[in-house]
Design a protein around this ligand. Structure first.
Ligand SMILES: NC(=O)c1ccc[n+]([C@@H]2O[C@H](COP(=O)([O-])OP(=O)(O)OC[C@H]3O[C@@H](n4cnc5c(N)ncnc54)[C@H](OP(=O)(O)O)[C@@H]3O)[C@@H](O)[C@H]2O)c1
Length: 247
């Protein structure tokens, strides 16, 4: 059982979907949670829900497409023991329909913001002799599909960064790992899932898409004290996802 009492966690994109489930899971394990997102109403609602259960949480807003806003978020966070880079966007368009601005937005939210947060927060973790970072990637980083190249590239870069950071900060006591998530039902994917219907269930050997809590359980494992020899790894959490390519 992971006990995170006395630990502070920053969870980006915690106002919805997987991030919300992660914030709730880390809080239930005893962590003080900084809930990040853009939507102040959903942020306040989650903080109230955590507080009502006896947990400790606060909300910080930041638009991760804005590098200065990410720096402000890092300052607002202060010293954290656990950083979960979860916030992400996935506009799954064909390449010709993806503008330079679309590409930049994927890189800014999915890759640059985690880079900035690690650069800002890891040195204090090093000074304190430890900390854990969990990056939420996607099976799209390794599997290919006829759409979503910009998204896949942004997550592949995040996985490369995960291995670099594990090597860079590992000797100082930090652990940096990732999760390559398969299809999960969230606020963001709901419209997509409604459009493809039951066909999406055939994508996984489990015959169903995942629940945010099933990702949060693995984040808790990676963030907590029961994974002390796990570093620089990206764990696939996808119910046995099959390639989208024929054959
Ligand atoms: N769901 C899946 O099937 C799936 C599969 C593989 C990987 N993933 C990854 O898992 C992570 C979470 O996905 P999800 O499905 O839970 O997403 P979601 O339901 O769409 O929620 C996204 C979260 O990220 C925040 N966010 C988005 N753009 C932002 C920006 N510019 N600045 C600040 N915050 C921003 C949102 O904040 P606000 O709502 O407050 O704006 C929200 O809290 C993403 O990194 C995604 O790539 C998801």
């Amino acid at each position: 059982m992971s006990d995170l009492t006395g630990r502070t966690a920053l969870v980006t994109g915690a106002t919805a979907g997987i991030g919300r489930a992660v914030a709730e899971r880390l809080s239930a394990a005893g962590a003080d949670v900084l809930v990040h997102g853009r939507d102040a109403g959903r942020g306040a609602e989650l903080v109230a829900a955590i507080t009502a259960r006896g947990g400790r949480a606060r909300f910080a807003a930041a638009d991760l497409t804005d590098a200065a806003d990410v720096d402000r978020l890092a300052t607002a966070a202060g010293d954290v023991d656990i950083l979960v880079n979860n916030a992400g966007i996935y506009e799954l368009a064909p390449t010709p329909a993806t503008t330079a601005a679309d590409f930049d937005r994927h890189l800014a939210v999915n890759t640059r913001a985690p880079f900035q947060l690690v650069a800002a927060l890891a040195p204090a973790m090093v000074k304190r002799g430890g900390g854990t970072i969990v990056n939420i990637s996607s099976t799209a980083a390794g599997l290919v599909a006829p759409i979503g190249a910009a998204y896949g590239a942004s997550k592949a870069a995040l996985e490369t960064l995960t291995r670099y950071w594990a090597t860079e900060f590992g000797p100082a006591g930090l652990r940096v790992n990732g999760i390559a998530a398969g299809p999960v039902r969230t606020r963001g994917t709901e419209p997509m899932l409604a459009a493809v219907g039951d066909a999406i269930n055939q994508v996984t050997a489990r015959g169903r898409i995942g629940d945010p809590a099933e990702i949060a359980d693995v984040v808790l494992f990676l963030a907590g004290p029961t994974s002390t020899y796990v570093n620089g790894t990206v764990i696939a959490v996808h119910g046995g996802e099959r390639s989208l390519l024929p054959g």
